[in-house]
Design a protein around this ligand. Structure first.
Ligand code: ADP
Length: 499
């Protein structure tokens, strides 16, 4: 039993990765699935398709690794977070399409809760900003809009789950209805401090407790898979939401360790230790993972901040402005000038996330002169990704009173060396790129491997984690503070534009 199979169920594709004892990926399989946009602002997935593509890639990954399921010690699972599924416990049929995290249909419900003065209480209990992004109002919407759903839910006939719960239900042939604390802490229904569903939150959102999954540790045996699926039954022994799994995969086990994932947007998470931090800068507080009470991975919390437009800014240079033909080309173009020539791009195309949270901010390009070229704009785009990340980083440091020593990085856009150098310059700390790029899947594998003794403990994993390249800051402190002050001026000009 020399391998761990990691299930990585993402927003646009289902993936499966086989890892060996050295934490190296041996085989990867991936299938995309359909995105449904039935109305403006709505985003849905077919829960069946999620399951079918996931099962197919699990089987493919084993095939490509040239191994049988008998050689698996355990399965780890990580998933797109907040996406909401409601299904019939008897038939296993979803009662409606899954409502994806990006879906905005419950904005009005959130506004009504805010108008009723509940936002502060919800934030205090859940660590979250009251927003349609999270699962709670999505579940309430299903209960209110699917005919008969509320009455059936109250009779205990329906099961709610995020994608982790749905997959474990399917993997166990409907025997296990559970979730882990990292996923539960994204629902608006979970008491962050107590680590349990909160009756008061359930009442506020009118959610009957009968629909809820049992909460089981992120690191620990959750269930055994149906033997028919892979040939033999395998233990599912570790699971966490995708961003928390990436934090684990980056071996950020100690308080003050942080990672940033540079994809379409950026997701930065910092381990804050055994107590949740109440953010004063509108970051999210969330469960990072939870192991058995006695273990070194007994509940850990994280602060989380996201940047909406990161790699997507580069996509805009490519598709919107047609300055480049492919995303990687941005690096050479931006490197052809020594600086931005005091040009700033504030990519608030979809408003601004943490710490500014301004839905009315819009994209702004400032400081151009006759000498400005597309290279300056490309460089300003990369700087904007780094400067937005620095805003979140500073908010985290201030919230947690922890001195961040370095930032571990992953995601598609972290391959850009110039961007990573600018990031180190802007932050004033080292930026460290890990050798394994599949950090999300690796985190789930680590959780499962630790639970089953495949790896001995955090020390073994920390030793296994390897940096591929380290970027050291080269700017002076005054260069950094001047640049940041100028950036804040630019951000202020982008704010409240779409009023
Ligand atoms: P996601 O998981 O969000 O789809 P990925 O981790 O696959 O994202 O990263 C893709 C994103 O990274 C795209 O937005 C793309 O524009 C950007 N990207 C890819 N390569 C580079 C590069 N070399 N420089 C800058 N951005 C890049």
């Amino acid at each position: 039993m020399d391998y761990i199979l990691s299930i990585d169920q993402g927003t646009t594709s289902s993936r499966a990765v086989v890892f060996d004892r050295a934490g190296q990926p041996v085989a990867i399989a991936q299938r995309e699935f359909a995105q449904h946009f039935p109305q403006p602002g709505w985003v849905e997935h077919d829960a069946h398709e999620i399951w079918q593509t996931q099962l197919a890639v699990m089987q493919e990954a084993l095939l490509w690794a040239g191994i049988s399921a008998k050689q698996l010690r355990a399965i780890g699972l990580t998933n797109q977070r907040e996406t909401t599924v409601l299904w019939d416990r008897q038939t296993g049929e979803p009662v409606a399409p899954a409502i994806v995290w990006q879906d905005r249909r419950t904005v009005a419900h959130c506004e009504a809760l805010r108008a009723a003065g509940l936002a502060d209480k919800i934030a205090r209990k859940t660590g979250l900003v009251l927003d349609a992004y999270f699962s709670g109002t999505k579940l309430a919407w299903l209960l209110d809009h699917v005919p008969g759903a509320r009455a059936r839910a109250e009779r205990g006939e329906l099961a709610f789950g995020t994608v982790d719960s749905w997959l474990v239900w399917k993997l166990t042939g409907g025997r296990v209805h559970a979730t882990d604390p990292s996923n539960a802490s994204r629902t608006l229904l979970f008491n962050l401090k107590q680590g349990a569903w909160d009756p008061e939150l359930l009442a506020m959102l009118r959610i009957p407790k009968e629909v809820l999954p049992q909460v089981l540790p992120s690191c620990g045996v959750v269930a055994e898979t149906e033997a028919a699926l892979l040939g033999v039954s395998v233990s599912i022994a570790g699971w966490a939401g995708d961003q928390q799994a990436a934090l684990f995969g980056q071996a950020c086990f100690a308080p003050g360790m942080a990672k940033n994932t540079y994809g379409t947007g950026c997701f930065m998470l910092m381990n804050t230790g055994s107590k949740p931090v109440v953010s004063r800068h509108r970051l999210l507080s969330t469960v990072a993972w939870q192991g058995p009470a006695s273990s070194e991975h007994a509940r850990a919390y994280a602060l989380e901040g996201s940047v909406f437009m990161a790699g997507a800014t580069v996509q805009w240079l490519r598709d919107g402005l047609q300055l480049i033909q492919s995303a990687p080309e941005v690096e050479a173009l931006a490197a052809s000038v020594a600086d931005t020539g005091d040009v700033f791009l504030v990519p608030a195309f979809a408003g601004l996330g943490a710490p500014d949270w301004d839905g009315q901010a819009r994209g702004t390009l400032l400081g151009m002169t006759r000498g400005t070229t597309r290279a300056h704009i490309a460089r300003a785009a990369l700087e904007a990704i780094a400067l937005q990340t620095a805003d979140v980083f500073q908010a985290m440091s201030a919230d947690s009173d922890l001195l961040l020593q370095e930032l571990r990085v992953d995601g598609g856009a972290c391959r850009n060396n110039l961007l990573m150098q600018i990031q180190a310059d802007v932050l004033g700390v080292s930026v460290v790129r890990s050798q394994v790029s599949e950090t999300t899947a690796l985190g789930a594998a680590y959780l499962a491997g630790l639970a089953t003794g495949f790896w001995s403990g955090a020390d073994e994993i920390s030793a296994q984690w390897q940096e591929e390249r380290r970027f050291e800051p080269q700017w002076t402190a005054s260069q950094r503070s001047e640049r940041q002050a100028r950036w804040r001026q630019a951000v202020n000009r982008a704010k409240k534009w779409a009023v």
